[in-house]
Ligand binder design. Structure first.
Ligand code: PLP
Length: 394
């Protein structure tokens, strides 16, 4: 593996790949192949037994995918990375690997809708129960941990309410009980937050978002210890099979090169839009980690480099008013997903979080008036003009 660089800005371009190994090709070549040939039957036997290193079949490894995995491990400060065909393939591979029937998971009280759905399915089919915790203090978290708790699963910032959870505190409590902490770092990327440096054990990503950054790939990534990821690779990844295609891995390698540059622009734009949105008379409340008035601001200062590119806000009005605001936009796109060059806006209660039963949804703070905004890379003044004219129409 290529040397690990001290600075993320260099790491995103160079780590995990050495041109010398690939005929001098500046960019990692795309190995668009399903399988690898063996020179002899005996070599095939050695590869399968592990006596000889080398590629076998792209579900169990591919050089383009390896370059992405090694780069991502370097960026998250982990020992090993694994790439998947979607964020949900990554989340499910990790949670299934960590649990068995009758186990229990403690989760942050806000979760991406499909993660919530996955946990509900695991409960229904395999009796793997879960508790939701606000994780506002170590004591509150300790009270949720049972003898059968297999792991703690955290999203921070929580999608879509932008609430933050103190990762160092969660990691400290988890160590008292010797259980691993899994963090969904999708909203931040390693440029803004590194959960492993804060004592957490496993990081998952929907790489579809900031890692890819261009809205053209669905993918997932996991980073953690070599031991755990070796197990995931040879169990839930190999046998459930949610792998990434080499082409998508290649696109992610390309996207990653501009991650810090893009993220700074996302953050700059979001800070400006936040300042304007918070004072608009049709905005009832606003949630942005970079808001100094936000109760989570102290956590943001502790564990995030910047406030990120995501803002949620509640409008004064009804669900229909929220939908009317979205419909009145001229170029800001109504779409789920986030972290793309284009500014995207959505209505979580009827879109990303619609699968969550209403009572839980409201408990999580996802009201009918809540709108989620992924601030893109356009000139922020143009984005604000569009948002303002749409809000003015409510
Ligand atoms: N985690 C978070 C926080 C998400 O927002 C998403 C998707 O929006 C996922 C996981 C799932 O990722 P994917 O859509 O790539 O499967």
């Amino acid at each position: 593996m290529a040397k690990r660089f001290k600075h993320l800005e260099t790491s995103v371009i160079h780590d995990g790949y050495d041109a010398k190994d690939m005929l001098g090709s500046l960019t990692p070549p795309l190995f668009q192949t399903s399988t690898f040939t063996f020179a002899t039957a005996e070599q095939g036997e050695r590869r399968f037994s592990g006596d000889e290193e080398g590629y076998i079949y792209s579900r169990i490894g591919n050089p383009t995918v390896t370059a992405l995995e090694e780069r991502m491990a370097a960026l998250e400060h982990g020992e090993r990375g694994l790439a998947f065909g979607s964020g949900m393939a990554a989340v499910s591979a990790v949670l299934i690997a960590l649990t068995k029937a009758n186990d229990h998971i403690v989760c942050s009280s806000g979760l991406y809708g499909c993660t919530f759905d996955l946990l509900s399915m695991m409960e229904e089919k395999y009796v793997i129960t879960h508790s939701l915790s606000n994780m506002n203090s170590a004591d509150e978290l300790r009270k949720c941990i049972k003898p059968e708790t297999a792991c703690i699963y955290v999203e921070t910032p929580i999608n879509p309410t932008m609430k933050l959870i103190d990762l160092a505190m969660v990691a400290k409590v988890a160590k008292e009980f010797a259980i691993p902490v899994v963090v969904d770092n999708t909203f931040c990327s390693p440029y803004i937050q590194r959960p492993l440096d804060l004592g957490c054990d496993i990081v998952v990503h929907s790489a579809t978002k900031y890692i890819g950054g261009h809205g053209d790939v669905i993918a997932g990534l996991v980073v953690g210890s070599k031991d755990f990821l070796d197990t995931v690779q040879m169990s839930t990844q190999k046998d459930i099979g949610g792998i990434i295609s080499p082409f998508d891995a290649w696109l992610l390698i390309r996207g990653l090169k501009t991650l810090p540059v893009r993220l700074d622009r996302h953050c700059d734009n979001a800070e400006q839009i936040f300042t304007k949105l918070k004072d608009h008379p049709k905005v009832a409340s606003i949630y942005y980690p970079g808001d100094q008035a936000n109760p989570s601001y102290a956590i943001m200062e502790k564990q995030m480099k910047r406030g990120g590119g995501m803002i949620s806000f509640e409008i004064k009005g009804t669900k229909q008013d929220a939908q009317a605001m979205l419909n009145a936009l001229s170029f800001v796109k109504i779409a789920v997903s986030l972290g793309d060059a284009e500014t995207l806006i959505e209505h979580p209660a009827t879109m990303t979080h619609a699968v969550i039963p209403e009572a839980f949804r409201l408990e999580m703070g996802i009201t009918d008036q809540l709108i989620r905004l992924s601030v893109g890379l356009e000139k922020w003044e143009d984005v604000w003009d569009d948002l303002k004219q749409a809000l003015d129409k409510i």
